[in-house]
Design a protein around this ligand. Structure first.
Ligand SMILES: Nc1ncnc2c1ncn2[C@@H]1O[C@H](COP(=O)(O)OP(=O)(O)OP(=O)(O)O)[C@@H](O)[C@H]1O
Length: 717
């Protein structure tokens, strides 16, 4: 997969039946004068608005395909300049709007600020947008001719009927230019599991079939590409695949066995100071840690040694984070009044774009291979050689593996509770591949990374290896030393043992690495899998070793109990935070079970409109990132409908309580947010029941009422 592929070539490469895709030939510039003008406009915008003299990578081809009205899929490495592939065509248009779906608020913010600095009319509609700005945007959309060239929003916002209605007005005036799905791998990675709205973006194509769609990502294996294309219902799709290799990055694994954190910190400090000395000036970098606590202590340590370092994680106040980001963005670091190093969780990940990052250090093992690639991708974005160091110990691997397995188990539990298909085991498989990558001292790191993403590379051919790596990894540069260093590893290698689990409905995308592309254009079992003894059959057998206990939310007893360690609301324990009542609980004296009723009446409605209480819970996600989920709404209308006793109450109209949570996955929700949530629920219940005294009395008499509602009622009294 060393060259761009598009149209039929991709079909050959993937060995997939794309018979329903209308492959079209590239536009012949000059044949259609209007198209030629549009393309020239884009070139002009590249120079004047974005200040670049030439296109980078395949930007030119991508932009030309886009302005010709194609559906376009871009699979390109971190730092290639994917954003410009949709920003330029959007900004070059004299009228009309491009809708951009982005998974992270931070990522949106970054891009929006950049575009505003360039005077491109841009806006965002998310839970962060102030009400007056929301109103302005809604008015602009209602006019059908918004002046906004790019409107950023979240996958959760897109399928909402009110938003769809506004888009239809714009569409009817011919002003809806394109849908862009940035970081499209999230469709496949998260959509199946915990951000289900990602799977509903395809609704756009059903409603606006002739509006072109563009999907972009840096991290997708071939099967994930298929999944994204079919989920977005892309047709006649031009697929641009860039090589994954980042030749200017030097990859190094530092093997450790000691738990002496102080010496690890001292080693990092020595490395940074040494780099400053060698280069004769300060160098900027990022250090990724798994926990907020480690970020704080490492950053404090570096500061105590005279380095301009700051921690960056969701535990830091928003204003301080913004200031850190601003100072970090100053080119030249502390020598120009900025800071040199950010010690961060993965909250500082996707979309962080600073050219002069000379090193990325992973203090702990990341949770996935994709995460490792994304995070190391923050280095060397201006093309200058930069270093990526991963601290690896088997003890740490055990810890992160336990975390990944636990979080997978809670997703399995969640899926079982909701009778959703079992989530894919990709996260576990991805961590396993990362550990194999780190443990391998025979294969060039660049080649291992590209193989992970499906490239078929013959590493026995020295010429080919040279194309990927010019002594830019520890394995190629210091083969013997690297092998010796690995001997310092402590405990025996961790086995990812297998236990049976129920079959996954996502089996097709479960094993991300069972396929790849070869020179003959056929999809094959990944060479990396074969090399590592994980041929497709072995990979299929791969299962997790154990399930942890399901995550259950503590019932509310008192405000004081909230200060105790608390598990975040999972779907099976969500009612302490979410009460979204059905629009109307219809009178029924039947004692049929809720399941019987559900089968006869279809699934219960999800009441999420006209929120009486709306609040947003923000926290690090499972992966520690700030998710831009506008409203991963937890509604308990299903629970309510299940409760036959409640159904016995005549004509009870309950308001919807709409609680928006930035991330529905497990983790800790800060006490203050929990208190606000409980307060909102209390007020709403109180409002309803004090108006209907007789209901209040009757509800309290129900003997078997679910304790969760009982608690809520107790709260309201
Ligand atoms: N044609 C160009 N010439 C020079 N620099 C460019 C060009 N296009 C983009 N860049 C620069 O490349 C850097 C990376 O761009 P961008 O953030 O769009 O990359 P990306 O592919 O989206 O990366 P990631 O996946 O890591 O977010 C930016 O600093 C951008 O200004």
């Amino acid at each position: 997969m060393s060259s761009t592929s598009s149209g039929p070539l991709y079909e050959e490469i993937c060995g997939v039946d794309f018979s329903n895709h209308e492959w079209r030939t590239p536009p012949t510039v000059g044949v259609i004068p209007e198209l030629k003008i549009r393309i020239e406009n884009c070139h002009r915008i590249l120079r004047t608005t974005f200040g670049h003299s030439n296109y980078k990578g395949k930007q030119k081809e991508i932009i030309e395909a886009a302005v010709a009205g194609r559906d376009v899929f871009v699979l390109a490495p971190t730092g290639m300049g994917k954003s410009l592939c949709f920003q330029i065509p959007a900004a070059a248009k004299q009228s009309g709007m491009t809708l951009v779906i982005s998974p992270l608020l931070a990522l949106m913010k970054n891009q929006i600020e950049g575009l505003r600095r360039k005077s491109v009319p841009v806006a965002s509609l998310t839970s962060d947008t102030p009400p007056n700005e929301k109103e302005e945007i809604n008015q602009a959309l209602m006019s059908g001719r918004p002046k906004i060239r790019l409107l950023y929003t979240t996958p959760e916002k897109l399928p909402r009927p009110d938003f769809m209605k506004l888009l239809r007005i714009v569409y009817n005036k011919g002003e809806l230019n394109r849908l862009v799905v940035d970081e499209a791998h999230c469709i496949s990675e998260w959509g199946h599991d915990f951000r289900g709205e990602y799977r509903r973006i395809g609704i756009f194509r059903q409603n606006f079939p002739d509006v072109p769609v563009m999907a972009l990502t840096a991290t997708a294996t071939p099967s994930v590409v298929d999944d994204i294309i079919s989920s977005l219902q892309m047709k006649g799709c031009d697929i641009f695949v860039h090589p994954f290799n980042r030749p200017n990055l030097y990859y190094e694994i530092r093997y450790t066995s000691s738990s002496d954190e102080l010496s690890k910190m001292a080693e990092i400090c020595d490395y940074i100071c040494g780099l400053h000395r060698k280069r004769g000036k300060v160098s900027c970098g990022i250090i990724y840690c798994r926990t907020k606590k480690t970020c704080d202590s490492l950053s404090g340590y570096l500061r105590s040694k005279g380095l301009a370092s700051r921690p960056y994680h969701r535990g830091v106040a928003k204003g301080t984070l913004a200031k850190t980001f601003e100072e970090w963005s100053i080119p030249g670091g502390s020598e120009s009044g900025g800071i040199d190093v950010v010690v961060a969780t993965v909250a500082f990940g996707l979309g962080i774009d600073k050219g002069d990052v000379r090193y990325v250090i992973h203090y702990d093992i990341p949770k996935s291979f994709e995460g490792y690639y994304q995070e190391t991708g923050r280095a060397g974005r201006n093309g200058v050689p930069s270093k990526c160091i991963l601290y690896y110990s088997r003890e740490d691997l055990s810890e992160v593996r336990r975390w990944v397995v636990d979080s997978h188990s809670s997703r399995v539990q969640k899926a079982e509770d909701l009778r959703f298909p079992a989530p894919s085991q990709r996260s576990i498989s991805s961590l396993e591949k990362l550990s194999q990558y780190a443990e391998n001292t025979d294969v060039c790191r660049h080649i291992s990374i590209c193989r992970f993403f499906g490239e078929d590379i013959d590493d026995k051919d020295a010429e080919i290896v040279k194309q990927y790596c010019k002594m830019m990894c520890d394995v190629c540069k210091y083969p013997e030393k690297t092998k010796r260093r690995k001997e310092t590893l402590g405990a025996a290698p961790l086995e990812f043992r297998t236990v049976p689990s129920r079959p996954s409905a996502n089996a097709a995308i479960c094993d991300t690495h069972s396929t790849g592309w070869n020179d003959n254009g056929k999809r094959i079992a990944s060479a990396m899998d074969q090399r590592l003894g994980n041929g497709s059959s072995a990979a299929k057998k791969h299962k997790i070793t154990e399930y942890s206990k399901p995550l259950v939310t503590k019932p509310y007893n008192s405000a004081a109990s909230l200060s105790k360690p608390f598990k975040a609301p999972s779907m099976n324990g969500r009612s302490s935070l979410a009460v979204a009542a059905p629009k109307k609980v219809v009178s029924s004296s039947s004692s049929r079970s809720s399941e019987q009723r559900q089968t006869q009446n279809g699934p219960p409605s999800r009441g999420v409109k006209n929120s009486e209480a709306q609040l947003r819970l923000e926290k690090d996600s499972t992966f520690g990132v700030e998710l831009g989920s506008d409203s991963s709404v937890l509604t308990s209308s299903q629970d309510m409908a299940k409760n036959s006793e409640l159904d016995a109450i005549p004509d009870l109209v309950l308001p919807d309580v709409h609680i928006e949570i930035e991330d529905p996955s497990s983790g800790k929700v800060p006490v203050a947010i929990r208190r606000t949530a409980v307060g909102a629920i209390r007020q709403t219940i109180h409002r309803v029941f004090t108006r209907r005294e007789e209901l209040w009395g009757r509800l309290k008499k129900i003997p078997n009422i679910d304790t969760r509602y009982g608690n809520a009622l107790h709260l309201a009294s």
